[in-house]
Write a protein that binds this ligand. Structure first.
Ligand SMILES: [Zn+2]
Length: 178
């Protein structure tokens, strides 16, 4: 029998010391600025778009449990984005809205998106009660930054009203907070 060709082994040294970066999922729309710091990575826009424009459809989501990386889609439902959109951080002055009912990401209604802008959304617009509350470092400034972000459940309604909110958050505000 002829010997079977054995593929060249992948260099174990390189494989064990280099973090594998997956290929970009939205190479024309965003780039990921990666940081070894926990939650330090960010998504940066590669495009200019007018206020309210469609940024992208969410096409790779799968149902999941609530987790640091999940996005809430209904009263009791969550998804994983399974794409570089997961690097869109929270901001109290966001550049995007994540519409989890239409499954689309749009530019916020009051400001155009510029190439180089950090891609962010207001997490309480989709999250009712977050798995991991955090102290916001969005830098939006006093009176704009909401401080600790733990979801819409515990936020001041007057503050929430300044933002576009997903229908399930509107519904939960009506039913859970009278
Ligand atoms: Zn903030």
């Amino acid at each position: 029998m002829a010997p079977i060709a054995v593929p060249e082994p992948v260099s174990a040294t390189v494989a064990s010391t280099t973090t594998t970066v997956p290929p970009p999922t939205h190479p024309n729309l965003l780039e990921v600025s990666r940081s070894p710091k926990a939650f330090g990575s960010a998504a940066i826009s590669l495009v200019d778009l007018p206020a309210g424009a469609l940024f992208t459809k969410i096409t790779t989501a799968t149902p999941s449990k609530k987790a640091w990386s999940s996005v809430q889609t209904g009263k009791d439902s969550h998804i994983e984005l399974n794409s570089d959109l997961v690097f869109c951080n929270h901001s109290c002055a966001p550049s995007l809205n994540f519409d989890m009912h239409k499954m689309e990401v749009r530019v916020v209604d009051d400001q155009p998106l510029k190439r180089g802008d950090p891609l962010t959304f207001f997490y309480p617009s989709s999250e009712w009660d977050m798995d991991q509350p955090f102290d916001c470092t969005c830098g939006a400034g006093e009176g704009v930054c909401c401080g600790t972000i733990s979801g819409a459940k515990t936020m001041d309604q007057n503050v929430l009203r300044k933002y576009w909110l997903n229908p399930h958050i509107e519904e939960l505000l009506k039913t859970e907070r009278k």
